[in-house]
Design a protein around this ligand. Structure first.
Ligand code: SF4
Ligand code: SF4
Length: 259
């Protein structure tokens, strides 16, 4: 979903952060003439697109000409059409909780008409009342915890982590905290203390939440730090094993961690 309330330095899909402001810059770089601006809207002609992503690379406003609007009714019907091939759906972004009323509406329609589960992949930076509301309508949450140290978290995301930590605790109490995820950035949040703190924080919450450590990769990243935050493979492995000593089998990493 389009739009985000954080500005992470390692964002892999920065084109999802903001809405298009119709500046027209991407129109000039599109080799296929697949983009138009008309009636104060950007039009993306998918049939002409060569999928080169030049439009995403040149957009200076962290947006994309390719996102589109859809009603809750349209999306629910689309999901329900494929119901028999699915176990569930996950909303992600951007930050999906910025569109909580939409998610609730889709969730109601999907749950009333299928056994599908509804999960969110979220940064957890949501006002308490909004978080409690959305927790009533989903089956599980994957929440990013970009750093345990508050200053480090602020450096990575632009915001303090106290609200996120409280929301993680609330989700845990509701039995909804499926997974906590941390992207490991060299020299920024890759200290043993940092990973130890996150592991122990999760351990004290419950005995069911998974902790997923993800090595930073530079794909799609626009921030100037993209060439310096690649973690060392041995160091990543050491952090992973350290988390395992606290959480046992409750620790995961991506299957492919070629660094
Ligand atoms: S990806 Fe973007 S720039 Fe490339 S052809 Fe498609 S619309 Fe044009
Ligand atoms: S997608 Fe970006 S570059 Fe293209 S018109 Fe919108 S704001 Fe401008």
């Amino acid at each position: 979903m389009q739009g985000c309330n954080l500005s992470c330095i390692y964002c892999h899909n920065p084109e999802t952060q903001k809405e298009c402001c119709l500046c027209g810059i991407c129109l000039e770089t599109c080799p296929a003439k697949a983009l138009l601006i008309t009636d104060n809207k950007i039009i993306y002609l998918k049939d002409l697109c060569q999928f080169c992503d030049k439009c995403l690379q040149v957009c200076p406003y962290f947006s994309s000409p390719k996102y589109f609007r859809i009603t809750a009714w349209e999306l629910s019907n689309y999901i329900l059409k494929y119901n028999e091939f699915l176990n569930g759906i996950t909303f992600s972004g951007g930050e999906c909780t910025l569109q909580t009323p939409f998610i609730i509406e889709v969730s109601k329609q999907v749950k009333n008409n299928s056994p599908l589960t509804i999960f969110l992949d979220t940064n957890g930076y949501v006002h308490q009342s909004g978080w409690e509301l959305i927790c009533n309508h989903v089956d599980g949450l994957m929440v990013d915890l970009k750093a345990f140290n508050s200053k480090t978290h602020h450096y990575i995301t632009g915001v303090d982590n106290s609200l996120i930590l409280e929301n993680i605790k609330y989700a845990s109490r509701q039995g909804l905290l499926y997974e906590v995820r941390t992207v490991i950035l060299k020299g920024i949040n890759d200290s043993q203390e940092e990973i130890n703190n996150i592991s122990n924080f999760i351990k004290e919450l419950n005995n069911y939440t998974l902790f997923k450590l993800i090595p930073f990769r530079p794909y799609g990243v626009k921030h100037p730090l993209k060439d310096t935050v690649y973690p060392d493979k041995n160091h990543f492995e050491k952090l992973f094993q350290m988390a395992k000593t606290v959480l046992g089998e409750g620790v995961k990493k991506p299957l492919d961690i070629s660094l």
